[in-house]
Write a protein that binds this ligand. Structure first.
Ligand SMILES: Nc1ncnc2c1ncn2[C@@H]1O[C@H](COP(=O)(O)OP(=O)(O)OP(=O)(O)O)[C@@H](O)[C@H]1O
Ligand SMILES: [Mg+2]
Length: 463
């Protein structure tokens, strides 16, 4: 069953069309003018629109423009008594699917409506397919028009063709992995493997054997030879995520691979040639770690041949509306929930927010709003954001500003436990349940986090 919207100011004409189309089991809605059509289009998804040309509050072309804006795949058919070649050409040029002249033959309208619906469906499938392919290839476009992100895109284009090591830095959720994938995809290595490794997710010894492989019997439990990721990524790209977390021993080994292009498996002495491009990301200030002595300076220089710093979302607020639209589309097709728009008020609210979790946080917020909100437009209340003045911030004298609002008698231990548990749950949620990530957000070691999870009996489904 297809959903068709009829737009015509003449009630009679709408009734005739509706009864015609109902013979094909379409579900038909009616709008008496441009404004009504706009409201219908914003509130529901249709498969075709049939619109009159001249109406008291506007023209068919306005309906077309509105449809193109809200749902670019939607086919719009024009119905016109003033069929002139010019009008036909103009409406088709602006993206109409077809036009039918009044007085019309019922069969012609029905056939045109059927074709229009099929066309819409095809375009939607195509979009979905493209989206899936993009996702699989990891190419999901790096969206943004602000100067900061233009500079990033230009940098990607410049380094893609080379083999230089790139150090991508930025706060959590700013798109570091997205950029790494984009570099790989536009490089001559695009057809070869792209292998991401989260250095923070392994213990020191595990990370070494993960990266460099090991020989049989290299350590207890190594009951067979294992190829390391460097060898697996041969001719491709290895993405070392959270590289700031590498132990000194792993740093030393990595430096060797980068210097002479050879890996030595754990438990072996034989160097093996590998041809791997290395991309590195970290949310840490590596410079600072070098000064502290926890990160090797020589390795730092090797890695940071080309640095790409990613701006936090709050420094590129101009991109928020575009990202919202992109994510609304992606999420609604991913989750099969109806596409809805974000109201102007809600957009303004988002534009004022600081997004500590950056683009990932924005995407999660939109996902949540699309699932939970029931109104035709997503409104400000669908985005429960922490107000800046509610955040735990320090005033000039180093006092927590919200302390003043606390009662003077509290059960301190209980209160602190509640706060701790709440913050842990929030970090887990923001990290999609990945414990290594949550630990990082809380600046805890993984074992400290594990201890606290057990203490508060927080059960994990995954991660
Ligand atoms: N410019 C962008 N355009 C569209 N989507 C983006 C952009 N930047 C990031 N995203 C999306 O935001 C989410 C987070 O991006 P990504 O995983 O690359 O961030 P990250 O910097 O690696 O975060 P973390 O430090 O937490 O690992 C992903 O869903 C990604 O597709
Ligand atoms: Mg990442």
């Amino acid at each position: 069953m297809s959903r068709i919207l009829i737009v015509d100011d003449e009630r009679n004409m709408r009734k005739i069309l509706a009864s015609n189309l109902a013979q094909d089991q379409h579900s038909v809605s009616e709008a008496a003018g441009v404004a009504e059509a706009r409201a219908c289009l914003a509130a529901n998804q249709f498969d075709a629109v049939i619109t009159d040309q001249k109406m008291p509050d506007g023209e068919g072309l306005d309906v077309l423009a509105c449809a193109r804006e809200l749902d670019p795949a939607l086919s719009v058919v024009f119905l016109t008594a003033f069929a002139t070649i010019e009008l036909a050409v103009e409406s088709m040029r602006q993206g109409a699917f077809d036009f039918v002249t009044k007085p019309f033959q019922p069969e012609v309208v029905r056939a045109t409506a059927r074709r229009a619906c099929e066309h819409t469906e095809l375009l939607r499938e195509n979009d979905l397919l493209k989206l899936t392919v993009d996702r699989l290839e990891g190419s999901a476009e790096i969206f943004g028009n602000g100067p900061a992100i233009l500079a990033v895109r230009e940098m990607i284009a410049r380094v893609a063709a080379t083999n230089v090591t790139v150090l991508i830095t930025g706060e959590t959720g700013t798109g570091k992995e997205l950029v790494a994938r984009a570099i790989h995809k536009s490089s001559p290595r695009a057809q070869k493997p792209f292998i991401p490794v989260n250095c923070a997710a392994f213990t020191e010894t595990l990370l070494e054997s993960e990266l460099f492989g090991h020989e049989k019997g290299a350590f207890t439990g190594a009951d067979r030879m294992r190829l390391g990721l460097f060898e697996a990524a041969h001719e491709g790209t290895l993405f070392l995520d959270e590289a700031g977390e590498m132990s000194p021993a792993t740093q030393a080994k990595l430096l060797r691979v980068l210097t002479d292009g050879k890996v030595v498996r754990v438990g072996s002495t034989k160097p093996r040639d590998v041809d791997v491009r290395v991309l590195v990301a970290t949310h840490r200030d590596l410079d600072e770690r070098v000064r502290q002595g926890t990160f090797r300076q020589d390795l730092y220089y090797r890695l940071a041949v080309v640095p790409i710093p990613l701006p936090p979302l709050r420094m590129r607020r101009e991109d928020i509306p575009g990202l919202c639209e992109l994510f609304c589309r992606e999420v609604s097709s991913d989750l099969k929930v109806p596409m809805r728009r974000i109201s102007t008020k809600a957009l303004e609210k988002l534009k004022r927010y600081d997004f500590p979790g950056n683009i990932r946080e924005l995407r999660n917020l939109i996902e949540r709003a699309l699932i939970l909100s029931v109104t035709p437009e997503i409104g400000p209340d669908d985005f429960p954001l922490a107000r800046a003045d509610e955040k735990a911030s320090l005033d000039g004298e180093g006092k927590l500003t919200w302390l003043a609002s606390m009662p003077e008698t509290v059960d301190l231990r209980n209160f602190l436990e509640q706060v701790e548990k709440g913050l842990i749950l929030r970090a887990l949620e923001a990290s999609d349940g990945v414990q290594a990530e949550a630990a990082r957000r809380l600046q805890l070691s993984r074992s400290d986090l594990a201890y606290k999870l057990a203490k508060y009996e927080i059960k994990m489904d995954r991660g």
